[in-house]
Design a protein around this ligand. Structure first.
Ligand code: RIB
Length: 316
């Protein structure tokens, strides 16, 4: 059974539902508000745990010394995430202000809090957790030098590095060269290949081009247009998106990453479809971690093409 470790961010999400996103200078009234566990790193760790056969994953990161920190520890553990790599640092837990409109599309403003205080030393101390894993999963919500150090240690120990460079800031080719599996959306792909990636054909071309820049496997996620895959062995594939009702897209990309890490390390021939199905289920539900499906729910969508009855499923 593959072990997946995530090094990354942990946030409390303040979620506001609105009819439409405010324009610059405009005020809109929220129709509903909630606080719920989020953070790209934590979401990916939960997605990996729920996608895996043993229901477990590891997370290395930090929360603050406030009450949210404690809450997030508890909810991560309840989701099957091993939190031995998570530390509490003096100060605030990361906060993400998420606004979701009637179409389910979001905007997110992140206040890094403890995520910005994670150090190289923390990673070196916690490396014992991930050097025995099959894959290390990273994003871009903690300091760059920390991500870099984790990648170096993973590579030195023969651990696959899966990088999801989101949000797209302060990224560069040094990180790309240390990456074995790259998962990017259209905007991120366009940044690295230096031209727009608007459709499946351009997604395929971008995935193939990015395989020449370091990663052995590249996946470009294209939203409702599906997913494009390429690897250094010359394999290429595209998978259409599942057609589902969209309630909230928050965390769908993170779910794809966590589920893909598990499926790829298991050697599943349908790894792309498995990850696409998990991400599709996430958009049918509100919130980030709360929306992430179990392995059984994802298998249900793959087998039947229909949405699982959430009430009857394990973990809900
Ligand atoms: O990808 C979604 C996540 O981005 C949210 O949960 C929020 O915390 C931000 O990190």
């Amino acid at each position: 059974m593959p072990n997946i470790c995530v090094v990354g961010s942990v946030n409390m999400d303040l979620i506001n539902r609105v009819g439409h996103h405010p324009l610059a200078g405009q005020t809109v009234r929220a129709t509903a508000t909630d606080y719920a566990p989020g953070g790209k790193g934590a979401n990916q760790a939960v997605a990996a745990a729920r996608a895996s056969k043993d229901g477990k994953s590891f997370l290395v990161g930090a929360v603050g010394s406030d009450s949210w920190g404690l809450q997030l520890f508890t909810s991560l553990q309840a989701s099957g995430v091993d939190t031995r790599g998570l530390v509490t640092l003096e100060g605030d837990t990361g906060l993400a202000v998420v606004t979701v409109d009637a179409a389910g599309e979001n905007t997110i403003v992140v206040v890094p809090g403890a995520n910005a205080l994670v150090t190289r030393q923390h990673i070196e101390t916690m490396a014992k957790l991930f050097v025995q894993c099959d894959a290390l999963v990273l994003q871009n919500e903690i300091p760059r030098e920390v991500t870099l150090r984790a990648m170096e240690l993973a590579q030195q120990n023969g651990v696959w590095v899966l990088w999801n460079p989101s949000p797209l800031e302060n990224v560069d080719e040094e990180l790309l060269k240390l990456t074995d599996l790259l998962v990017v959306n259209q905007t991120e792909a366009a940044y690295f290949v230096n031209h727009p990636v608007a459709d499946v054909a351009e997604g395929e071309a971008a995935a193939q081009a990015l395989c020449q820049q370091g990663p052995a496997v590249v996946v470009v996620t294209l939203g409702v247009k599906g997913v494009a895959y390429a690897d250094v062995f010359g394999n290429a594939e595209t998978v259409p998106a599942f057609s589902v009702p969209v309630i909230d897209t928050t965390g769908a990309g993170d779910t794809f990453v966590g589920a893909f890490a598990v499926a790829q390390m298991e050697g599943r021939p349908d790894a792309l479809r498995f990850a696409a199905a998990a991400a599709a289920l996430t958009v049918t539900r509100p919130g980030a971690q709360a929306a992430i499906p179990t392995r059984q729910e994802t298998e249900h969508l793959l087998k039947t093409g229909g949405l699982p009855d959430r009430q009857g499923e394990q973990g809900w």
